[in-house]
Design a protein around this ligand. Structure first.
Ligand code: HEM
Length: 141
């Protein structure tokens, strides 16, 4: 008969959690990502429809994106703590966001990830979740 006592007493081993926040490089990297994102939005000709939805001064929205992405990528929940919610549907409701606008947003995020030197590993990890959250902002075809 096999003695399984020892195996049963051991806590189930779980692999260490790998967070995109850490893979990207922590707080400073998330700040750089938010800055690179709005720089891309300003510079990419393909993103001008969504750039036009934003104020000329992007400093406030850049800070908010940094606060949001920090928690969303697995780091400190600055946005939740400050605003008491992570729901982005209401703040996006005034803007007409369809598939084209969603894709412009994703293009800026792709460029920003490249510009901050994100690894292929972390880019693959966040690709589908970014698509999913951008798709959730869509409020028209
Ligand atoms: C899908 C296309 C999207 C478009 C066209 C878009 C556009 C906008 C616009 C025009 C604003 C208001 C800017 C302002 O107040 O000056 C905004 C706010 C914001 N967006 Fe987006 N957005 C999109 C997707 C996303 C996604 C996927 C995220 C997060 C992963 C995000 C994060 C935010 C945050 C954190 C705010 C600030 C909300 C607040 O006022 O507290 N956006 N967005």
């Amino acid at each position: 008969m096999t003695d399984t006592t020892e195996a049963q007493e051991k806590p189930a081993s779980t692999p260490p959690r790998v967070l995109p926040y850490d893979l990207l490089g922590g707080d400073a990297a998330i700040r750089s990502l938010a800055a690179a994102f709005y720089k891309a939005m300003t510079e990419l000709p393909e993103a001008q429809t969504i750039r036009a939805m934003h104020k000329e001064d992007l400093s406030e929205i850049e800070e908010k994106l940094y606060e949001y992405l920090s928690g969303w990528l697995g780091g400190p929940h600055h946005y939740l703590k400050k605003y008491g919610t992570v729901c982005l549907t209401t703040p996006h409701a005034p803007y007409p966001i369809g598939a084209a606008e969603r894709d412009q947003w994703l293009l800026c995020m792709d460029k920003a990830l490249n510009d901050i030197g994100a690894s292929e590993e972390v880019k693959t990890m966040v690709k589908k979740p970014f698509f999913a959250i951008a798709e959730m902002m869509r409020n028209r075809d």
